[in-house]
Design a protein around this ligand. Structure first.
Ligand SMILES: C[S@@+](CC[C@H](N)C(=O)[O-])C[C@H]1O[C@@H](n2cnc3c(N)ncnc32)[C@H](O)[C@@H]1O
Ligand code: SF4
Length: 458
């Protein structure tokens, strides 16, 4: 049962903080890790028998949604941009494959963006086949793509199916026209419904919707209507993201009048009502911001503590190592984060010179790995088993985190955590403020070594 959340509680926890899609967080990574380190790690990976998760980033979109915090380049839809980008992706893929030196198995394959279906059908086919020539794609694993219902068509969806994609993720966000106008993203319920039904008719086994709460003009009531329409379609999974308002990073967010955003108390109420609607209608609330039909494997994995989280979201089928291809994409291999160039000119220039287009990264030390495990455990399972921690790292949890005991105690007093000699467990209230709990384990944040401004935790 969820405790009543008063305004004071919400305000107390509403602070800027990371979303922990990675630990250490990206602002801590440095240019000390460049193409040389990446080459070494790729070679080591090639000699191992580890499996691979491959992410490909297509940065283009036809128009800018004013809330968007993704890495996006706006282009009118002309084939030439896709052609040019593809040429460079192929160069990058060749360099990566050559450095790995052996044929690897892809357990999780994900195309994200931007909007991957900005590419035309021939480009999609050529990119897929290029990867297919270089790696063994596990078609029983996840082969996923993000699509924007405003810019897709049935023929393209058919192509995706015939290539072997088995998961579709659709950007829906909100069905309310007033909200849609305020964020420059008009898409009717009927268009989404049409493509959703078409995906089902073609036999896509897994369809995910993305929604965002905290957008301008949203109210508890208006968003409940959106959730109602979503539940009527019954997507397998729903990602319900908290609007990350970061106008100092994404200048186009200044087009949103801050006055029209729901305040933090109202924002939490919108989330809680949506969560209630989903959970009363056959969905299980999973980790921080996901819902899955109870029979979906993600829901089963969550209940059995078998859930993993990476940049591509939550997964049941984690690979050993991650490689990202394309502008801004992120990989994690041999305990090292690698991020590609964020400026397209620099990305192209590096590849023209035959260099891997790495911008920055970070080699994790032992403390980073221990904290990565701790934060990821809390984010995915809302609990940590102290004996498993000792087995894995050879340290008693409470001794290792002696300096964090004050934070843990405070979290307990505030009703966010319960702790005994064996386990720490996040309470129902703590689930809403999981980022605040994790922040206490973030060495760089605590030591004030992070110079970035983050979105707010509520
Ligand atoms: C790459 S986009 C999805 C594919 C496609 N471009 C589309 O929008 O339909 C990934 C998702 O990130 C989420 N997103 C983007 N900006 C966000 C923000 N500022 N706060 C929270 N979620 C955001 C949206 O839900 C979006 O669907
Ligand atoms: S939400 Fe999707 S379509 Fe809109 S700008 Fe961002 S990536 Fe592009």
């Amino acid at each position: 049962m969820l405790p009543t959340i008063d305004k004071e509680t919400v305000l107390k926890f509403d602070v800027p903080g990371p979303r922990y899609t990675s630990y250490p967080t990206a602002p801590v990574w440095t240019e000390d890790v460049g193409a040389d380190v990446y080459r070494e790690k790729l070679t080591a990976f090639g000699k191992s028998d580890k499996t691979l998760s491959l992410y490909i980033h297509i940065p283009f979109c036809e128009s800018m949604c004013s809330y968007c915090a993704c890495n996006v380049i706006i282009r009118r839809h002309e084939d030439k941009y896709g052609e040019e980008y593809l040429r460079y992706l192929f160069k990058e893929l060749d360099l990566v494959r050559e450095q790995i030196g052996s044929r690897k198995r892809i357990r999780q394959f994900h195309w994200g963006g931007g909007t991957p279906t900005f590419l035309n059908e021939s480009q999609i086919e050529r990119l897929f086949n290029k990867v297919h020539d270089a790696f063994d794609i596990d078609y029983d694993g996840e082969v996923a793509i993000e699509i924007d219902p405003r810019t897709i068509d049935k023929s393209k969806i058919r192509t995706l199916k015939s290539l072997g994609f088995n998961r579709i993720s659709m950007g829906v966000q909100d069905f309310d026209l007033r909200v849609q106008k305020a964020v420059n993203r008009i898409q009717s319920y009927y268009v989404v419904r049409e493509y959703y039904d078409f995906c089902r008719a073609l036999g896509f086994g897994s369809v995910n919707f993305d929604l965002i709460y905290g957008l301008p003009y949203q109210t508890v009531r208006s968003f409940e209507d959106t959730v109602h329409d979503v539940i009527a379609m019954r997507p397998d999974r729903v990602a319900l993201y908290s609007f990350a308002y970061v106008p100092w990073l994404k200048k186009h967010q200044n087009k949103i009048d801050q006055q029209n955003l729901p305040d933090s108390e109202h924002k939490i109420d919108i989330f809680l009502k949506a969560r209630e609607r989903f959970t009363l209608n056959g969905y299980l609330a999973i980790a921080m911001d996901h819902f899955a039909l109870k029979e979906d494997e993600l829901a089963k994995a969550f209940l059995q503590d078998r859930l993993y989280r990476n940049f591509m979201g939550y997964t049941v089928k984690p690979a050993d190592e991650y490689i990202g291809l394309g502008l801004t994409s992120i990989g994690f291999l041999e305990n090292t984060f690698i991020q590609n160039e964020k400026i397209i000119g620099k990305y192209f220039a590096a590849l023209d010179e035959g260099r891997l287009p790495v911008e920055r990264g970070m080699v994790l030390n032992e403390d980073d790995r221990i904290r990565q495990y701790t934060i990821s455990g809390l984010m995915c399972h809302f609990r940590l088993d102290k004996s498993q921690f000792r087995e894995r790292f050879g340290h008693a949890f409470d001794d290792y985190y002696a300096a964090e005991q004050g934070h843990l105690l405070k979290c307990q007093e505030e009703g966010l955590l319960e702790s005994n000699n064996h386990v720490i467990k996040v309470t129902e209230l703590g689930k809403l403020f999981i980022r605040n709990i994790c922040m206490g384990f973030d060495h760089y944040l605590q030591q004030r070594k992070v110079a970035a401004r983050f979105s707010r935790t509520v």
